[in-house]
Design a protein around this ligand. Structure first.
Ligand SMILES: Cc1cc2nc3c(=O)[nH]c(=O)nc-3n(C[C@H](O)[C@H](O)[C@H](O)COP(=O)(O)OP(=O)(O)OC[C@H]3O[C@@H](n4cnc5c(N)ncnc54)[C@H](O)[C@@H]3O)c2cc1C
Length: 462
């Protein structure tokens, strides 16, 4: 990127909002993978029209543009792997509208997910997608990854709540997709094509979100098991008994151990797995559900059941659950973090497989996550400076993916492909499917300026 380009970038966003010093660039060089690639410049635009001008310039001068939300992604999506310009949305972080009558909100991409949720809660409304990173991730990043969270088991994922977008295309044109209405089927569903596109098809500058009424209350239960198989088997049994939890989270004994210190009453030593389960609804509905649920669980005789009795206890349980991912780094300095999904009935097989894999390859592998929808986080802990251990970790990752696919599962439920899974994508997608996807990328971005090096294996990149 030469001095003339930098000058033009500064003219577009204002010199104050173009970062070029090494110290400033370093702050935008990493994400949740722990990897780091330096951008050549970072622009902090304030409007879609500024972003349009940035993309027109990038298309003419052919430099990469990498949209970046909060940089919490787990697959390298926001990393400037080929240098270029990072566009960050810290100045585009306004909640533009909360329309209660029509149950929608309109937001800029830099709004932090948890901040929108708090603002809605005060009005008795809810935007359900709740990634564990909600205190720091952005809605633009959520849309680009199609983020999910514990509540997906009942409410679905980001895709189910974005009904329209404003997108800046690679050539600088600004496009609106979708509707502001409950329904709409005019033309192709471009909104859903953009969701999960990992910054490779366009840059979101406005999101129209569908809202729900906030449930009156929640009942929170912690189930402790002395057998992992009992815990994972109960997941499917709860769902098929017609009980509909709004969260059903699972933690194995290693995941429990890394956060046990955050609990005022840590689980008993013999605990091998926990399920954190919540139901929501009106007070009357919760009384009925609690009675049905406790009777059902006790009839299985496979765990001890506790109910959180106050807001403090609930908060503590959720803090511990949301802290698992960062806390795993107390085990080893690095991790290979996977978010595979299998049909719920196959979770016991998946978890048993990871235990055998850990034994066979002499690795620490822990499992936790959104068991209610079959999305199990498998964290393979390694020290990258130990080459042998890292290679065993990568072997474990490949074998895990092979097994997940053999169980009719998928290699990513919510973190996306980015760079870390790009070389594995053809394990799941056929050559025809991949070719169609690459055709879509070329149609939207013929010069490959938008987040190049992501999703497709480098050998097959358009
Ligand atoms: C501790 C921890 C827990 C996590 N838990 C979960 C979880 O429960 N569920 C889950 O789904 N994820 C989880 N994640 C992963 C991560 O938080 C999500 O992928 C999140 O959606 C990323 O948002 P971000 O704002 O940080 O995006 P970034 O990491 O900055 O970017 C992610 C992708 O979005 C693209 N992008 C960002 N903004 C835009 C935009 N405006 N237009 C177009 N593309 C854009 C980027 O180019 C990149 O490809 C977790 C991460 C951490 C560190």
């Amino acid at each position: 990127m030469d001095a003339q380009i930098l000058k033009q970038l500064a003219q577009i966003v204002g010199a104050k909002h173009l970062l070029t010093s090494p110290e400033e660039l370093a702050c935008y060089s990493f994400d949740g993978t722990g990897q780091s690639f330096m951008p050549e410049a970072v622009a902090l635009p304030e409007s879609a029209s500024q972003i349009a001008s940035l993309l027109q310039l990038a298309n003419t001068r052919r430099f990469p543009v990498i949209p970046r939300g909060a940089g919490s992604g787990m697959t390298g999506g926001a990393l400037p792997v080929r240098g270029g310009l990072v566009i960050a949305f810290s100045r585009m972080n306004r909640i533009l509208e909360i329309d209660r009558e029509n149950m929608i909100a309109v937001v800029e991409p830099g709004v932090i997910t948890g901040e929108l949720q708090s603002a809605l809660q005060k009005k008795g409304l809810m935007y359900p997608p709740d990634p564990a990173s909600l205190k720091f991730c952005s809605l633009g990043g959520n849309a680009a990854e199609c983020a999910g969270g514990p509540s997906a088991v009942k409410y679905g994922v980001t895709r189910d709540y974005i009904i329209g977008l404003e997108v800046v295309l690679a050539d600088g044109r600004i496009m609106q997709t979708g509707v502001r209405t409950e329904k709409g089927v005019v033309g192709y569903d471009l909104t859903h094509l953009f969701i999960g596109s990992e910054g490779t098809l366009g840059i979101f500058t406005k999101l129209i979100l569908r809202l729900l009424p906030l449930p009156e209350a929640k009942a929170t239960f912690l189930l402790s098991f002395s057998s992992i198989a009992d815990a994972t088997t109960l997941v499917g049994e709860i769902m098929s008994a017609g009980l509909v939890p709004c969260t059903l989270e699972y933690m194995d004994k290693t995941a429990i151990a890394v956060v046990a210190g955050r609990l005022s009453s840590p689980p008993a030593k013999e605990t091998k797995a926990l399920l954190l389960i919540e139901f929501d609804g009106t007070a009357q509905q919760l009384t009925d559900t609690t009675a049905r649920f406790t009777t059902f669980v006790r009839s299985k005789n496979s765990c001890t059941l506790q109910q959180a009795t106050n807001a403090g206890e609930k908060k503590e349980l959720w803090l511990a659950r949301r802290s698992i991912s960062p806390a795993t780094l107390s085990l080893k300095p690095h991790k290979i973090s996977e978010d595979v999904v299998v049909p719920r009935s196959k979770i016991p097989k998946l978890v048993a497989f990871t235990e055998k894999l850990a034994d066979r390859l002499k690795l620490i592998i822990l499992t936790f996550g959104h068991a209610g929808d079959g999305n199990i986080h498998v964290n393979i802990m390694v020290d990258k400076t130990d080459t042998d251990e890292y290679q065993r970790g990568m072997q474990a990752k490949k074998q895990l993916f092979e097994y997940v696919i053999s169980l009719d599962g998928t290699i990513s439920g919510e973190h996306g492909i980015g760079t870390t899974k790009a070389e594995f994508i053809s394990m799941e997608l056929s050559p025809t499917t991949l070719a169609v996807m690459q055709g879509i990328k070329t149609l939207f971005d013929p010069n490959d300026i938008l987040n190049p090096g992501k999703i497709f294996p480098s050998s097959q990149h358009p």
